[in-house]
Design a protein around this ligand. Structure first.
Ligand SMILES: Nc1nc2c(c(=O)[nH]1)N[C@H]1C(S)=C(S)[C@@H](COP(=O)(O)OP(=O)(O)OC[C@H]3O[C@@H](n4cnc5c(=O)[nH]c(N)nc54)[C@H](O)[C@@H]3O)O[C@H]1N2
Ligand SMILES: Nc1nc2c(c(=O)[nH]1)N[C@H]1C(S)=C(S)[C@@H](COP(=O)(O)OP(=O)(O)OC[C@H]3O[C@@H](n4cnc5c(=O)[nH]c(N)nc54)[C@H](O)[C@@H]3O)O[C@H]1N2
Ligand SMILES: [Mo]
Length: 772
């Protein structure tokens, strides 16, 4: 099925390889990779033109990649390798049409690799599954909507439906989507955020009263010390490299905390700095690297706080006493828990020595303004909420909140995942949100909390969720416990996938299934009132417009708002919502959003400012909407994160060349890996103890909280600089190891960075699984 050229970057041999990557992040390695990718996609000219329109202040489209904010200056091209790949992937000239579906049964497509499925190109028209011939066949839009509507109306209880979102749906689409679910009568709105930053939202909500970070790019530009926890920035938020390089040039301190020393913890050549590119001149992006064990961050943060409190004994100005008194609550309890936590425990649980922690604390103490940022390395853990709260505790000690250059800065995932939550994708909506929504839209929203991602999978398996609609994403592969998720999806009466490309979630479907193809963000969205724009919110709460400029991949495609409105009209015949008008003119959606959503007043005008507008974040002004009206210190005990004897803790992570479930190639450039995804990175001592050689085949068995086991065979062990007792490997291949019941009791997030495994040399000489 796949040719070499499809996959890699040329016709080279496909033997797995590992070589150290000695070059700076981004720079020429990225430029070369982009060039090869554009050639492969036959999009050199169109791709280059599109890229020039990306992230532009006037009339461009928002990069559909990550949620890192656009450069506020808007003058130079603030672009990255992976953003370019992402856009090009959407703009491919390949098409999946009715002939394609006619030629392949679903059972046959199930045998294809995920790469091959997406590599067929863009979907072109609505399709419905025909069980008699095991194929998808064309269906008209009206018929498809009628099928969704009839099925939803026939449910005994609206809670038998669930509506998933992947975080790239626009704010306008989001608002209509949640309105559809809630008018139907359910808060079943699972989203990718349940697997991503749920812990961050809950922690920030509890600590500072609002579930978002408080800083923006101007703060990144004026901070003295940046702490970067648990993010592979060079691959997953490459535009952060620009900020890190600029910070380093200003003399700011940059501390990376990660069990793996990632490329961003070295140096970079910022892509838009053409002169530096030409001169191969790299800028360092780190002043200190700390390598905790997986899950050891909370202990490390506690150690830093303990060191700060120790310093305050000799010099009271080490803590910001005035800020603590005026703006916080719970300080004494926090001090007590820091004192009660011994250095011995901190060193053992973090895996970092007291001396190293003291260095980090020294940097923190010497800094006037500190930002702490983090991503999945901190959130996908049992104690993710406590860990993020510990970040806030540490910031509060020195008043690093609500002033220039200081504060918490979560690195969000999908380009509009934060906007999705702001605009109502929330299975636990607040009563205040529902009151205002009900009033603005003239209906009575349901009050019971709905299902999140894990809850939805369990309910599908129990037969309690019968209709599952996915607005984007690739639920079958992104969710934990792959076989169990498959079983849940197959147990539904109807699954509906609104997508741009063919993926596994179209093949693992309910008894009846629809594929509804939509416009991508790069494409022109023409509606009755004219060309439409949509809005998105980045990781730093900036809301701005995005307007596509490409001709749609097929004339039959519809926009996401139009598809949602179509389903809603069919499902809610008595609805007083003007669905038709909304789909005709998105300004009308925004007018309603201005009434229904806090912070969106005068939305249509403000969003048309060249750089958009910043959503109000009260904590930024030291207004804390907690019950005490103050920022809350937490005082949780340190959890025990040590692996049991003989076991390892596995973090499932992304390679450089993938976007979540979309795999661009089998290479992971900065980690020096070529032609291999079915691998497990291990410490060399752990390999030696188990008699495992480099690139030797291994069996991996995970043990869930409930004692059940799950396994993978024939993965290759790759020696890596990672602490003993820790291992890492790629999602989504490793999602079979993540048990459905293994989610955090604090955030309900699956423990995707804390899988308990044993690794042994393969029982039988295995074939490389991807060689099949
Ligand atoms: N190119 C590209 N960009 C992306 C994505 C993509 O797939 N491809 N995905 C997007 C999405 S949805 C998201 S949420 C983000 C994800 O961005 P990341 O959070 O960078 O995603 P992961 O690859 O899962 O990497 C987790 C990082 O945490 C580290 N880590 C693992 N365990 C621990 C731990 O216990 N402590 C610490 N301190 N670190 C740990 C890993 O070594 C790795 O560097 O990126 C977004 N951007
Ligand atoms: N083991 C493990 N599992 C994980 C994670 C992990 O770290 N470890 N990370 C989790 C995280 S953070 C996340 S966010 C999830 C990601 O979960 P999802 O968001 O569900 O998955 P994606 O791979 O981003 O979705 C890709 C699909 O989106 C569709 N698509 C692309 N563009 C558009 C568009 O404009 N509109 C529509 N409607 N569809 C579009 C395409 O069909 C494509 O196949 O995975 C989670 N799963
Ligand atoms: Mo994510």
């Amino acid at each position: 099925m796949t040719t070499d050229d499809d996959h890699g970057t040329g016709s080279e041999d496909r033997t797995p390889e590992q070589h150290p990557y000695p070059h700076p992040a981004a720079g020429w390695g990225a430029a070369k990779s982009v060039g090869q990718f554009l050639m492969r996609e036959h999009s050199l000219v169109a791709g280059t033109r599109a890229i020039q329109r990306m992230n532009h202040e006037n009339g461009g489209f928002d990069c559909p990649g990550c949620a890192w904010p656009d450069d506020r200056k808007g003058l130079h091209l603030d672009i990255c390798e992976n953003g370019i790949k992402h856009v090009t992937w959407e703009m491919t000239r390949k098409r999946v049409d009715r002939e394609f579906f006619g030629a392949h049964t679903v059972s046959e497509l199930m045998e294809w690799s995920d790469f091959d499925l997406e590599n067929q190109g863009r979907l072109t028209e609505p399709m419905v599954y025909d069980a008699a011939i095991d194929r998808y066949v064309p269906i008209g839009w009206d018929e498809a909507f009628a099928m969704v509507g009839e099925t939803l109306r026939a449910l005994e209880d609206p809670n038998q439906a669930a509506f998933y979102t992947s975080g790239r749906l626009s704010n306008e689409g989001t608002f209509l989507y949640q309105l559809l679910a809630r008018e139907l009568g359910t808060n079943n709105l699972p989203d990718c955020s349940n697997m991503c930053h749920e812990a961050s939202g809950r922690a920030l909500q509890a600590s500072i009263g609002t579930g978002k970070g408080t800083v923006d790019l101007s703060d990144w530009e004026s901070t003295d010390a940046l702490f970067v926890f648990g993010v592979n920035a060079a691959s997953n938020a490459p535009r952060m490299l620009t900020s890190l390089a600029e910070a380093h040039r200003r003399g700011a301190q940059i501390v990376h905390v990660n069990p793996m020393i990632e490329a961003a913890a070295g140096s970079t050549i910022v892509p838009h700095e053409f002169m530096e590119m030409a001169r191969f001149r790299a800028t360092p992006t780190s002043t200190l690297n700390l390598q905790p064990r997986i899950g050891g961050d909370m202990a490390l943060l506690r150690g830093m706080a303990k060191a700060v409190l120790d310093a305050a004994r000799a010099d009271p100005s080490a803590v910001d006493q005035a800020f603590i008194e005026q703006h916080t609550s719970g300080f004494e309890a926090y001090r007590a828990v820091c004192e009660a936590t011994s250095w011995e425990t901190i060193e053992r649980q973090s895996g970092v020595s007291r001396d190293e922690i003291a260095k980090a604390a020294g940097i923190y103490l010497a800094s006037e303004r500190t930002i702490i940022s983090w991503c999945l390395g901190l959130t996908q853990h049992e104690h993710g909420v406590d860990t993020v709260r510990e970040i806030v505790n540490l910031l509060l000690l020195r008043g690093n909140l609500g002033r220039e250059g200081a504060g918490p800065s979560p690195v969000r995932g999908h380009s509009n995942v934060q906007g999705n939550r702001t605009c109502g994708i929330d299975h636990r909506p607040s009563p205040a949100f529902l009151d205002r929504l009900g009033e603005a839209c003239g209906f009575t929203p349901p009050r019971d909390h709905g299902l999140d991602t894990v809850g939805a999978i369990e309910a599908m398996n129990r037969g309690e969720v019968k209709v599952f609609v996915c607005l984007g994403g690739n639920f079958a592969l992104a969710a934990p416990d792959t076989p169990y998720t498959y079983a849940g999806l197959r147990n539904c009466d109807l699954t509906v996938q609104v997508s741009t490309k063919l993926n596994r979630s179209h093949l693992v479907h309910g008894r009846r299934a629809l594929i509804l193809p939509c416009l991508g963000r790069t494409e022109k969205d023409q509606q009755r009132s004219g060309l439409q724009s949509v809005s998105v919110e980045d990781a730093m709460s900036m809301v701005h417009l995005s307007r596509g400029m490409k001709r749609p991949a097929s004339p039959a495609l519809r926009s996401e708002p139009a598809i949602i409105a179509g389903m809603a009209r069919a499902a809610l015949p008595g609805s007083s919502t003007p669905w038709e008008d909304y789909a005709d003119d998105y300004d009308r959606i925004r007018d309603t959003m201005a009434q229904a959503l806090e912070g969106f007043e005068d939305f249509n005008r403000r969003v048309r400012r060249p750089l958009g507008f910043r959503l109000h974040q009260p904590a930024r002004e030291r207004v804390f909407v907690t019950s005490s009206g103050r920022a809350e210190f937490s005082h949780a005990e340190l959890p025990d994160v040590l692996p049991a004897t003989g076991t390892l803790v596995l973090a499932t992570i992304r390679s450089h060349d993938q976007w979540n479930t979309t795999i661009y190639s089998d290479n992971d450039r900065y980690r020096g890996i070529k032609n291999l995804r079915t691998l497990v990175f291990m410490n060399t001592d752990d390999m030696r103890e188990r008699g495992i050689r480099a690139f030797g085949p291994v069996d991996i068995v995970s043990t869930a909280k409930d004692g059940t086991e799950r396994g993978l065979n024939g993965f290759l062990a790759v020696p890596y600089d990672i602490p003993q007792g820790c291992a890492a490997g790629y999602m989504p291949e490793m999602n079979v190891l993540c048990a459905i019941g293994d989610y955090s009791t604090q955030s309900d997030q699956p423990l995707m960075k804390h899988v308990k495994i044993t690794v042994t040399p393969a029982a039988t000489a295995a074939v490389r699984p991807d060689a099949a």
